[in-house]
Design a protein around this ligand. Structure first.
Ligand SMILES: Cc1cc2nc3c(=O)[nH]c(=O)nc-3n(C[C@H](O)[C@H](O)[C@H](O)COP(=O)(O)OP(=O)(O)OC[C@H]3O[C@@H](n4cnc5c(N)ncnc54)[C@H](O)[C@@H]3O)c2cc1C
Length: 320
């Protein structure tokens, strides 16, 4: 008999949250990961609850709603890195509310509350996650529940199935080679982390299809300034000129950022796919539940997807 019930591939937010749900459901779980949690795309994220570059809308809405509830329940504990933050999401081009406004009870802002050049905006309160802290929290919770984290890449899904009868594939952009699934495409994101000069509220500009984004996400001691969305650009080196433009764009809407000390530059590759892949595959060695392709919303969907993974693991359901 295998000593492990489930092998989870990946220690980003999708892998760790899936592993937590499976372990707390009573399964013996090992996480296999090429990179430590601190070196994943997840560690780069801002991370505000906000669906972005994720489809399909109906499943995203359900996963997002579950995640709001789970993250909100963690917001009272400082060690989690999660807090409920209030702020504005604003658009320069459209007065139409984004599809997620209902989930977080967003209300239209009076025009006087918007920065110059914006035509509409929505004020809401949502989970805002300091990812380096949160990934440590998930790792500790997982280990406390008895799971193991093994930092070693998996060469193939069949190799993973030889270690456990159930494999949960949360390889993020790595799924492109591992599955292999060419539908997963890297969309590069660069952010600048500055010391927090006392900002409490977030600001995010409706991204549309822009490659240069604008968002200000304040945590306890730092503020994450974004960002970029550069399709098919896999370079992980921070670009100084891109960073300079990010700081300038953000300071334009939040003048308190002027002169804020830069503490870090981060770059990650969003695993964008035409649809998030959360479905099952049977092979001679066992079952694989795929959970990847979360684009710019992996934190936003993490608990909803992980709970579906655990439900499927329990039921043996085969339909997507
Ligand atoms: C700049 C930026 C800002 C973002 N902001 C937000 C935000 O505000 N809100 C939000 O919800 N989302 C945001 N995102 C998106 C979010 O970060 C991703 O959707 C999320 O991190 C995907 O998580 P994941 O666990 O699926 O993948 P990852 O975090 O990439 O983890 C993949 C894991 O798989 C492992 N792996 C890959 N291949 C193998 C293999 N062969 N063997 C073993 N292990 C393997 C890797 O080592 C890693 O541990 C942002 C992303 C970026 C880049």
């Amino acid at each position: 008999m295998a000593a492990v019930d489930a092998l989870v591939i990946g220690s980003g937010v999708s892998g760790l949250t899936s592993a937590v749900c499976l372990t707390e459901a009573g399964l013996r779980v090992t996480v296999r990961t090429a990179d430590p949690p601190s070196h994943t795309t997840s560690a780069v994220a801002g991370a505000l609850w906000l669906p972005y570059l994720v489809e399909p809308l109906d499943r995203v809405t359900g996963w997002g709603r579950t995640t709001v509830a789970d993250l909100s329940s963690l917001a009272g504990e400082p060690a989690t890195g999660v807090r409920l933050a209030t702020g504005v999401h604003a658009s320069r081009t459209t007065g139409q509310p984004p599809p997620w406004t209902e989930t977080v009870g967003a209300v239209r802002c009076p025009p006087a509350d918007l920065p110059a050049g914006f035509v509409a905006g929505w004020r809401f309160t949502a989970p805002l996650v300091e990812m380096p802290v949160y990934l440590r929290y998930l790792t500790d919770r997982l280990r406390a529940a008895g799971a193991r984290i093994d930092q070693r890449p998996v060469a193939s899904l069949d190799e993973a199935l030889a270690a456990a009868p159930l494999v949960v594939n949360c390889a993020g952009i790595g799924a492109r080679e591992l599955v292999p699934d060419p539908a997963v495409r890297p969309v590069r994101g660069q952010v600048v982390v500055v010391e927090n000069p006392g900002i409490e509220e977030f600001f995010a500009e409706e991204p549309g299809t822009a490659t240069e984004l604008r968002y200000v996400l304040p945590h306890r001691d730092t503020v994450v300034l974004g960002g970029t969305a550069e399709p098919e650009q896999p370079d992980l080196t921070p670009q100084p000129e891109v960073a300079r433009r990010i700081v300038a764009r953000c300071t334009e809407v939040v003048p308190a950022l002027a002169g804020a000390w830069v503490v870090a530059h981060r770059v990650g590759l969003r695993p964008v796919r035409n649809q998030v892949r959360l479905d099952e595959e049977r092979r001679p060695g066992g079952r694989i539940i795929h959970n990847y392709g979360h684009g710019g919303g992996g934190v936003t969907l993490s608990w909803g997807c992980a709970r579906e993974v655990a439900a499927r693991a329990g039921s043996g359901q085969l339909r997507p």
